[in-house]
Ligand binder design. Sequence first.
Ligand SMILES: [Zn+2]
Length: 380
Amino acid sequence: MLVIKGGHVVGVGVADVLISDGAIAGVGSFSGDSVIDASGLVVLPGFVDTHRHLVQAPMRGTGADLTLGAFLADVLPRMASLSPDDVRAAVLLGAVEALNAGVTTVVDWGHFGAASVEVEALVESGIRAVLGVGVDEAGGFSPAGLVTGAVASFGPSLPLEDNARDIEVARGLGLPTTMHVTSAGPVARLYDAGLLGPDLHFVHGNVCADDELKMLADAGCGLTVTPAVESMMGHGPAVYGRFLAAGGAPALGVDVVINSSADMFEQMRAALWLERLRGAELEAGSLLRAASADGARAIGLGAVTGSLEVGRRADVVLLSGFGHLSSEMVAGGIVATGGVGDVHTVLVDGRVVKRGGELVDHDLAGLRAAVAGVARQVLG
Ligand SMILES: [Zn+2]
């Protein structure tokens, strides 16, 4: 039994969190064999990043002025030349970078053809992950540790029959399907074909019509907004508020660190800023739910992670710097002003991966140094 003692649990107030066999066993008043002193700290569920291309971690900052079109045409094809060792090191760096930022679950859009080394890297990192693999690899995919699979379909920009095939393969294997949607029309075609369902997860959707967003919401599909990258690369206004208005519960993703930071604080804030810029009323603290419980639900992990309810796996983050805030203010305060520097302690599946501001198992600077040549290689 592990007890996180005396922290300010978001939504509850000062309380202890009891962890047993890697799961949340209670929120209240407890004693245990092993105690993490959380006095002065805020306790919340680990962040759930529902869309990231971890393999691009070594490319951090290289796309500050890149449009999506230029990236797809000029940079992405060159990444195909990465060796399995490069992919392993890149994914490990990306996953550890995420953990350091309090991201305990990530949906990683995989580097096609490299699923086995990616699984190794994800397991080594200690993060909980859903790895999106190409449809041709999906049949041979084996879950390992905290890593499960999804089919990463290139649709719905694919012809409908290709999308339908990918979705059918995924359903046959019992896997979710994750896909980018960057044009209007494909969602309506999937709807007309009767293919939408809660096992489908879409990303971006900036140009989706309102009725398409309602189709997604009504069918229980997940939708992830990546507001920083979408703003940087010309996707168009983020769909966060429109999906809420359609009855959906948007999730949030970092997407790529070529032009976005590796944490969910930036994503929560970017979504909030964009909504307030267009005059929408949106409570700042509500973004925390998008970055945890709603994210978990969007990718089919709602019963596993994303909240501190009894029975969920113990994916937990402790933040410093917010101990002065009241229960009413703390969620909004974190969204408006939080950062990676506030991430004090991180647990995944009940295991401490960051303690007192330091990663337990990994050296982030060393991992970054190990892939220093990758960006140069890709950029030529
Ligand atoms: Zn993407």
